[in-house]
Write a protein that binds this ligand. Structure first.
Ligand code: FMN
Length: 299
């Protein structure tokens, strides 16, 4: 019996026992709209009990034989052959040991053994990126990041945030120098030291910087901004982009001139910036350690 390649048989994608027939292992990949593609390997002869789902199914046999049963009709499917099962049609099946199939489902068919998905992976992989490739991200990537920000929750559904997207290298440098000049004046040693350090670029030379402001008279302007920022960072990671939440942004925004330059609407206040760009190749992100269990479950 052949095997699917290792990257398919990765245990992170293993289908939970409750979602597969006895004697079968499976690996699942997710599409949009909850559709899924599953790769099944049958280690022993077995059956798939009769079931129905409210989405279409298509499958193709790679090796071995899967007999599809609909009503009293038995349809043996061999290597290279395919079958389509419309939604709502009760079906069952019989398979022989050594059978491998690829099944696509128009809806969510399988849970993973370990409860992990693309979103959770992006959340756990995200790390602050402090070095960027100089080439600009694509407009499609930028649009996806901004869309993630727009979908963030907001207090009272005020949707109070405004995003100034800066892709002008000179302006990004000016914002960095402007923040540093203000930080030099602060009577906090570590901040003043950053301000004076010629090697520091507040935005880590990222090619895109998003300045996040929100409406001052909204119910919760600061939490709104933070929710939007976190969505952007996770969206960026999900597309393989590097990002960093930049708190030093605010120092540059100490007067009307900077607000005008960034076209920030009247009545809005800048909170933070987000640096965005491609991660440099070959530099591993070292995750800062997380506190082991900073939570309690109270039932
Ligand atoms: C409110 C806030 C402000 C931050 N400001 C900066 C900043 O100005 N520059 C920077 O490099 N990182 C900044 N960070 C990123 C944190 O340093 C970083 O999230 C933390 O060290 C944990 O590392 P990780 O993001 O890689 O998990 C900020 C994060 C937050 C939440």
């Amino acid at each position: 019996m052949g095997k699917f390649p290792e990257f398919i048989n990765d245990k992170a994608n293993a289908i939970a026992a409750a979602n597969r027939s006895k004697g079968v292992t499976g690996f699942v990949f997710d599409g949009v709209d909850r559709s899924q593609v599953c790769f099944f390997e049958c280690q022993a002869d077995g059956i798939s009990k009769e079931h129905t789902h409210d989405y279409d199914e298509w499958f193709c046999v790679v090796e071995g034989r899967y007999t599809l049963i609909i009503g009293d009709k038995k349809m043996p499917v061999g290597p290279g052959q395919e079958q389509f099962i419309p939604k709502g049609v009760p079906h069952s099946g019989e398979f022989t040991a050594g059978t491998r199939t690829i099944n696509a489902f128009g809806g969510k068919r399988a849970e993973r053994e370990h409860n992990i998905n693309g979103t959770l992976i992006a959340i756990s992989r995200r790390r602050s990126t402090r070095s960027y490739r100089p080439d600009q991200i694509s407009d499609a990537e930028l649009t996806a990041v901004i869309e993630a920000a727009r979908q963030a929750p907001s207090g009272h559904n005020d949707q109070s945030c405004f995003f100034s997207i800066v892709q002008n290298r000179a302006l990004i440098d000016e914002m960095s120098e402007g923040s540093k000049a203000e930080m030099c004046k602060i009577p906090v040693d570590w901040m003043a030291a950053i301000g004076k350090n010629k090697n520091v670029h507040i935005y880590h030379h990222a090619p895109t910087v998003i300045i996040v402001s929100s409406r001052k008279n909204a119910v919760s302007p600061l939490p709104d901004a933070c929710a939007a920022i976190e969505n952007m960072l996770i969206a960026a990671e999900s597309m393989g982009l590097g990002s960093c939440w930049i708190g030093f942004t605010k120092f540059y925004f100490n007067g009307p001139e900077s607000y005008r330059k960034l076209e920030i609407p009247e009545g809005y206040e800048v909170h933070y910036g987000v640096a965005l760009g491609y991660k440099p190749q070959g530099i591993a992100q070292k995750p800062p350690e997380r506190k082991s269990e900073p939570y309690r479950i109270i039932k």
